[in-house]
Design a protein around this ligand. Structure first.
Ligand code: HEC
Length: 136
């Protein structure tokens, strides 16, 4: 039988690890722009057009290779995997902008000067980056 003091210490220890677990779970969720690793490999030819369009129109906020910046979230992140944000979400984001809901960067403005075809290229590029990072 444990003494009251020992039990108390043990309970506090358990409480602390629970807290740590909860904090860690939050961090891997919506608010940590460092959550994704940038894809390292050379860009394959078939997504290079998308890379150029992404760099010109999206990387200012979403970062080089989609890792995020202080202006916008990483797109190479599990919340943007195809099952959670399908390709149409990218088309809508560029066409209409996005009201802030997942993060605290503010709203995304609609992006002038990109066509739906451009966004198709960008989507293919971002999906490649995601796959490189193990996000399907
Ligand atoms: C001026 C900064 C900025 C630029 C430029 C920008 N974005 Fe965003 N984008 C954001 C922010 C901020 C969010 C996050 C909104 C939120 O809190 O969910 C976002 C969210 C998104 C989302 C998620 C949409 C959803 O349904 O949740 C997609 C997809 C996206 N951006 C794609 C793009 C693409 C593609 C481009 C380039 C054509 C682009 N963004 C350019 C700031 C930007």
């Amino acid at each position: 039988m444990q003494s009251g003091v020992e039990m108390n210490v043990w309970l506090r220890g358990a409480g602390l690890s629970l807290l740590v677990a909860v904090l860690a779970a939050c961090e891997s969720g919506a608010t940590n722009p460092e959550a994704a690793k940038p894809a390292g490999g050379a860009t394959p030819a078939e997504v290079q057009v998308g890379e150029a369009k992404f760099s010109a129109n999206c990387a200012g906020c979403h970062g080089v290779r989609g890792v995020g910046t202080k202006q916008g979230p990483p797109l190479v992140h599990k919340i943007y995997e195809p099952n959670h944000h399908a390709d149409v979400a990218f088309q809508r984001a560029a066409e209409n902008g996005v009201r802030a809901h997942h993060w605290e960067f503010g709203n995304m403005p609609k992006i002038e000067g990109v066509t739906a075809g451009d966004v198709d290229h960008i989507i293919r590029y971002v999906r490649w980056l995601q796959r490189e990072a193990g996000i399907y």
